[in-house]
Design a protein around this ligand. Sequence first.
Ligand SMILES: *Cc1c(COP(=O)(O)O)cnc(C)c1O
Length: 307
Amino acid sequence: MPLHIRTPYLRSSPLSQHQDVWLKLEALQPCGSFKLRGVGALCEARLAQGARGFISSSGGNAGIAAAYAGRALGVPVRVVVPETTSARARQIILDTGAQLTVHGSHWAEAHALAEELTGPQDAFVHPFDDPLLWQGHAVLVDEMAEQGPKPDVVVLSVGGGGLLCGVLEGLWRNGWFDVPVLAVETVGADSYAQSLKAGHPVALPRITSIATTLGAKQPCDESVHRAQRHPVHSLVVSDAEAVAAAVRLMDDHRLVVEPACGAALAALTQGHPLLNVARSIAVVVCGGVTTPDTELRALHARLSAPH
Ligand SMILES: *Cc1c(COP(=O)(O)O)cnc(C)c1O
């Protein structure tokens, strides 16, 4: 039995105004995001290879998924997070049964310690850059192919590019080579947009978006390489648009997701030439548990107020 669940693939009535909008509801995974698919597959493979512990350096949904996978598989997990990780995220990691170490003023420092702490018996669980992780994420496209019609375009959020690599793998193994992907980021976390433009991975000097879950300073190499073998287009939305779209999902479908996930949903209102000609649009509702509903509403009020 895999650790993830088969999520609903829902034709959204409120969002299907001019065309069909299908939502792949990854927010309903047991730990609240698609991350469990790849992280679960990776942890199961490492356990089978003899790993005795899992180590993660993510204070976000990847660390939470690693904690969940460890508990489910009976393997101890250590998550090293920087001081900037929210109290809520720390609490979820602890409640899920992992050991939490707080170290460093930013992710790179926490990551360096996590690598140092990784012994020969441990498996390091990367948040976005591992082929096993992508294979796990790809299963969500297998499910879409069974659950609904072939879409004209797939819309998703991009941070480090793990979800994108997985979805592309899923499209290929289902023969959907002609289904383009719209990769959405927020302003200030748009390392993938800049990398596509440059033709190679580009590092941002800093992350200025509130969608910190999308805040990989540089996407993984493979996410940029794969765009040479598949139609991948990029869209950058504002923080305000991402938050507004997350609030709209809350009102329309009673689901709470992070601004990182709101970014993909914002494409529907923001518009893009690919979407204008599509009759059916699939959106990966990737989820995320580190922004509670009260915080989403407060952000929405702040960001939509006149300056
Ligand atoms: C991890 C994550 C992303 C970004 O995924 P990548 O694989 O890093 O591109 C987007 N949204 C949510 C909610 C996530 O947890």
